[in-house]
Design a protein around this ligand. Structure first.
Ligand code: UDP
Ligand code: MG
Length: 321
């Protein structure tokens, strides 16, 4: 098959990972060499680190790695733009030079050994291979519960995502070239890649604990990501507001009839409490609805500006010579 020796680029976003990189970079290289030895990928495959505006020594470490072994290369974003934009920057960098890309976090939580199965699936004709966590044994109950609710909520709201799949995935350059046409600024890769289509499958793996350092995704960021995912991929919340609006209008109509009947029967003095409750309830609902609609308008505002989604300030291969 002509696909047999494809160039693989492993894309690794790194933000303040000076404790982790020295350990995991070696693991990535071992895996890459292993795949090269097995003749599953081409010798000129690469490990691309994307420094996401780290404030520690991450970029220096990446530059040093690039000097040690030609398989290591790196790009640096001009400032911190977040995980999704870092992965995007790496994918766009790779789309012309690689045949396949695998994006993976740099903290060693995702099973690096699953890459072989992903590459095999690519050779079986899949253009996208999702890495899916088979269990969440190492997560705390709270993390597992919130994360699983996150996927259920996303799907219920009409954002199609693969259950328990994060950002560990193989994507072929064919898909990346089509994906480059998706110009949105509000990025939620997990929901966007399935929209590109093409033949896809999943590979299952166990997720480990972080090798070192701390998670950059506390609950607040996770809730933010969930909300972003929903509002970037679906207009169902606005539809729900409209439906709820119709329901409320119908109830109000019944309320009016009730009030008129009460007036006719001459018992209108009471009712202060119920009135207060109704006013409070509906002002709450209205504010929430306005907030959700405002959020969509905010997103439209950001999209209309059409700002660049990432800016690369340095590349390791430009530092050389
Ligand atoms: N990351 C990034 N930019 C950020 C935050 C995180 O590039 O602003 C990277 C980080 O270095 C790691 C990956 O995104 O490689 C996932 O982050 P983390 O492990 O902190 O998240 P968790 O696995 O806890 O969800
Ligand atoms: Mg992690």
């Amino acid at each position: 098959m002509s696909k047999s020796l494809s160039r693989l680029w492993i894309i690794i976003p790194c933000y303040n990972e000076e404790n982790v990189l020295p350990i995991t970079s070696e693991l990535f290289l071992n895996e890459l060499n292993d795949l090269i030895d097995k003749k599953k990928i081409a010798e000129d495959s690469r490990i691309l680190f994307v420094n996401d505006g780290s404030k520690d020594k991450t970029w220096n470490i990446i530059c040093d790695l690039a000097k040690i072994d030609p398989h290591y290369i790196g790009i640096s974003q001009s400032r911190n733009r977040g995980h999704q934009n870092a992965v995007l920057a790496g994918m766009m960098e790779a789309k012309e030079k690689a045949d396949i890309t695998i994006s993976i976090d740099c903290d060693g939580q995702d099973d690096i050994a699953a890459m072989e199965a992903m590459v095999d699936e690519y050779h079986n004709g899949n253009e996208v291979v999702y890495g899916v966590r088979s269990t969440r044994k190492t997560d705390t109950f709270f993390k597992r519960f919130t994360a699983e609710s996150f996927y259920k909520l996303l799907n219920a709201m009409g954002a199609e995502v693969v259950f328990n799949h994060a950002d560990y995935r193989l994507v072929s350059s064919k898909v990346l070239k089509e994906f480059a046409e998706f110009q949105e600024v509000n990025l939620f890769l997990r929901g966007l890649i399935p929209l590109v289509g093409f033949k896809s499958t999943s590979v299952y793996y166990e997720r480990h604990e972080r090798i070192a350092g701390e998670s950059h995704y506390p609950l607040s960021k996770m809730l933010g990501l969930a909300f972003d995912g929903i509002t970037s991929l679906s207009v169902r919340p606005i539809q729900m507001i409209t439906m709820f609006g119709c329901f409320v209008a119908f109830m109000s109509f019944l309320g009016i009839i009730w009030a008129i009947i009460d007036v006719i029967l001459g018992k209108t003095v009471q009712g202060w409490a119920s009135m207060t409750c109704i006013i409070c309830f509906f002002s709450g609902i209205q504010l929430i609805s306005l907030g959700i609609i405002g959020n969509y308008i905010g997103k439209i505002y950001m999209e209309v500006k059409h700002r660049p989604r990432y800016i690369i300030s340095e590349r390791t291969w430009e530092n050389e010579e």
